[in-house]
Design a protein around this ligand. Structure first.
Ligand code: TPP
Length: 273
């Protein structure tokens, strides 16, 4: 169930701030990837996903697989904001003994699949989408992928497979921030023209600005883009979006902000429109 009182922009700010505090506290990596998908996750969790925080395993729920599982912090933040578990759990992120591990853990309420080893999420999402078909269930399956995962052959197998089975209950979203862990996409393994590649594999494709709330909402509202075809949203994003000194900077794949950097980051997120 979506909650009509949730404000997507406020939600995006809130989860950005949680993620910044979490990686600072844990002195851990991956803030850049969290910030690049913040607006996409905010739209999904406030406007789109048919979920019930009181029943995380509700059989009819929409499924979401964060295939880029190193972005766990901001997904946990979104789940806490939606009421799947108390927000003070976020303070344990990436600490010994915590459920909130540094990569996505399915033991956390609201998580459908553990991820972190890149390149598997879309195959699992395909399986869930087929299961929905066979059970005549109406839920949809969303897989949020990184551009780095599109360098892996294991991601292209479900890209070929899903159209064959006319899985129009399956939605892939590519967080196309054009930076990986050791270089840009263009340097490591060029993906462009990316939309043409998905189209050639028989997906219905929409390209959007992944930080423009109007474009994100419109794309998610129009799903499926074509009956009988899986849909992919290629979201052009900026790694580190919302924090000036992190935006487009490779180093923030790994670095954690210190106390002073955290204070500046939180202030910038607060000051954004
Ligand atoms: C199979 C696999 N190989 C390597 C890694 C290590 N690793 C973590 S993040 C990452 C790449 C990050 O770039 P991208 O996938 O584009 O995601 P982004 O952080 O830019 O959203 C890599 C190689 C991994 N998690 N899984």
């Amino acid at each position: 169930m979506t909650d009509p009182h949730l404000d997507t922009r406020a939600f995006a700010k809130s989860i950005r701030k949680h993620a910044l505090r979490m990686v600072h506290r844990a002195n851990t990596s991956h803030i850049g990837t969290c910030l690049s998908m913040a607006d996409l996750l905010a739209a999904l969790y406030t406007q789109v996903l048919n979920i019930d925080p009181a029943q995380p395993a509700w059989a009819a729920r929409d499924r979401l697989i964060l295939s880029k599982g190193h972005g766990a912090a901001i997904l946990y933040a979104a789940l806490a904001e939606r009421g799947f578990f108390p927000p003070d759990w976020l303070e344990t992120f990436s600490q010994d003994g915590s459920l909130l591990t540094g990569h996505v853990n399915h033991r956390v309420p609201g998580i459908d699949f553990s991820t972190g080893s890149l390149g598997h999420g879309l195959s699992v999402a395909c399986g869930m989408a087929i299961a929905a078909r066979r059970d005549a269930a109406a839920y949809r399956v969303f897989a949020l992928l990184s551009d780095g995962e599109l360098d892996e052959g294991s991601t292209w197998e479900p890209i070929l497979f899903a159209p064959q089975y006319r899985l129009d209950n399956l939605v892939a979203i590519v967080d196309f921030n054009k930076i990986q862990s050791f270089g840009t996409v263009a340097e490591v393994l060029e993906l462009q023209p990316l939309a043409d590649k998905w189209r050639a594999c028989r997906w219905a494709v929409r390209e959007i600005d992944g930080h423009d709330h109007t474009q994100i909402a419109a794309a998610l509202r129009d799903l499926p883009f074509e009956p009988g075809k899986p849909s992919v949203i290629i979201a052009h994003t900026v790694k580190g979006k919302g924090v000036s000194y992190m935006e487009g900077q490779l180093a923030w794949h790994y670095k954690a902000p210190n106390a002073q950097q955290l204070a500046q980051a939180l202030a910038e997120v607060d000051a954004a429109p």
